[in-house]
Design a protein. Sequence first.
Length: 122
Amino acid sequence: MSQYETAVARYFEAWNATDPDTRARAVAAAWTEDGGYTDPLAAVTGHDGIAAVIAGAHEQFPGFEFRPTGLVDGHHNTVRFSWELVSAADGSAPVAGSDVVTLAEDGRIRTVLGFLDRVPTA
């Protein structure tokens, strides 16, 4: 597994952690202490802020899981990938997006710039 695929796997572990303690550990493993996450709905820095955004997604979409779509692409310290939010109950995926990630020297995420490609209309 490449450094890019490893970083993205850690990213999804954090986003799919529903237990607060597990989520906190996963966020710390995936992001640097001063790491950030920005998308059209959020702009946060630090582990607590990132964990709060993830918790909010689980509150809004209980029983859903973030899954990668397509290939992970990277060069230098930058990674891009796409994802969707999938219901465990019926397989629907009302939300999808693409992210561009900058990695720190230790392979953890320094920044995420997220784009929402599909969102529910109602």
